[in-house]
Design a protein. Structure first.
Lengths: 236, 181
């Protein structure tokens, strides 16, 4: 036990070679996987899209209304992001939408609350479709950039429309089907090109976007003139 | 320990241990800083992304842009977390594998080369996650990832992989040599 060479030793018997190889196996397998699949080798985390403040507030309100807790739903509406958003979009929304929603909550009228929220989200989706169409009409961007923009808009449109699709289908089944078909068509037009396939055709997204905006505008107009008490309900 | 010929675990060179411990220290400091300055870091990254809308594909519509920024910020945070985890883990991997190399490989030159590769690769690889995070605001998710990949992950990761395969080969070789003896 003298000298530096002795100090640099740990006084345990080393394992035989087989256990060492066994211990190294996970590292080796990981290394092998890195060589076989370099793209997946560097774990960079995954992203699960989250609800924004408006969709979160909507879901909270929806569940409160379904449970007939109108006082809770009213508080959520008064303090939540949905009402703030309604005010921010007041200029493009049907007049009285905010007051009407509040009145329906006060009166404990669930179907009327649902109708007004459906109109609100349909209006948000319609405005996004119109803005997407406007941006995609600009010729200065590359096809790839326009396809990427189109995909992002479709994601945002669907995030809002998806919340009220059931309510739309309950009131106007044809409108619901028309929106979903147009959405599928738009998605197909901007789908990322498969390996070796032709690039997406971003120009093809504009007609379905225009159709989405038009169907939703008609839906909003019809829903405004049809109170919830006259709406046929589906048994589902 | 009395038997002069009895094989024992050998400690790798001090500089290797220093690098490994530094890697673990950097991981801990990084983890602590990440928690302490979370808001400031997020603000910095967000401002960087908003200053380069074309890089991130921002369209000027809040409903669309919020999702893009949210994803980039989640990945920015993930990069910092992965640096913390990898630097901690690779520090230990350096110590363990270099100790195996120092003990089992009979040739001093081969042992030195493998230990150098294991140390450089193991300490350098986690830095790629820091680089990735730092580049996200300026270059966007995909380009930042490509840069980190070619500047750090591929060279340092390859060094580790090559060293590990050599280590396996030499361990297996020494196993066969022992049987023959």
């Amino acid at each position: 036990m003298t000298g530096r060479a002795e100090l640099a030793r740990i006084f345990l018997r080393p394992p035989s070679v087989l256990p060492v190889l066994t211990a190294l196996a996970p590292v080796i397998i990981t290394a092998l996987a890195t060589i076989i699949s370099p793209a997946a080798a560097h774990h960079v985390g995954s992203y699960v899209p989250r609800d924004n403040a408006v969709t979160t507030n909507f879901k909270q309100m929806k569940f409160s209304v379904q449970a007939k807790k109108y006082d809770v739903a009213l508080r959520l509406f008064d303090e939540g992001a949905l009402r703030t958003e309604m005010r921010a979009h007041a200029a493009v929304l049907p007049p009285g939408l905010e007051d009407g929603t509040r009145a329906a909550l006060l009166a404990g009228d669930g179907p009327e609350v649902e109708r007004r929220l459906m109109i609100f989200f349909a209006a948000l989706a319609r405005d996004l479709a119109l803005e997407a169409d406007r941006q995609l009409a600009r010729p200065d961007a590359s096809a790839e950039a326009r396809a990427a923009t189109g995909r992002k808009f479709l994601e945002a449109i669907w995030r809002y429309y998806n919340l009220v699709d059931f309510a739309v289908a309950t009131r106007d089944n044809k409108a619901s089907v028309a929106v979903r078909l147009a959405f599928d068509e738009a998605e197909a037009a901007v789908k990322p090109a498969a390996v070796g396939a032709a690039p997406a055709d971003p120009a093809g997204i504009r007609p379905p976007l225009q159709r989405i905006a038009q169907v939703l505008s008609t839906l909003i107009e019809r829903s405004l003139s049809t109170p919830s008490s006259m709406t046929p309900r589906r048994n589902s | 320990m009395t038997g002069g010929d009895a094989p024992t675990w050998k400690v790798p060179p001090r500089w290797v241990l220093l690098v490994a411990v530094l890697s673990i220290v950097a991981a801990e400091v990084g983890g602590g800083a990440m928690a302490r300055y979370k808001v400031e870091l997020t603000r910095w990254a967000r401002a960087g992304m908003q200053a380069r809308p074309e890089v991130h594909g921002l369209v000027g519509v809040r409903d669309v842009d919020e999702r893009i920024l949210d994803e980039a910020l989640v990945k920015f945070d993930a990069g910092l977390r992965l640096f913390h985890m990898h630097a901690e883990g690779m520090g230990l991997v350096i110590i363990a594998t270099s100790m195996v190399a120092a003990t089992v490989i009979p040739s001093p030159a081969a042992s030195r080369a493998i230990i150098a590769l294991l140390t450089a690769g193991g300490a350098g690889y986690p830095v790629g996650y820091l680089v990735w995070s730092a580049l996200i605001p300026s270059y966007g998710l995909e380009q930042a990832k490509a840069l980190a990949e070619w500047l750090v992950w591929v060279p340092f990761g390859s060094a580790t992989i090559v060293a590990l395969w050599c280590l396996v080969g030499l361990v297996a070789w020494s196993m066969l040599a022992r049987r023959r003896a």
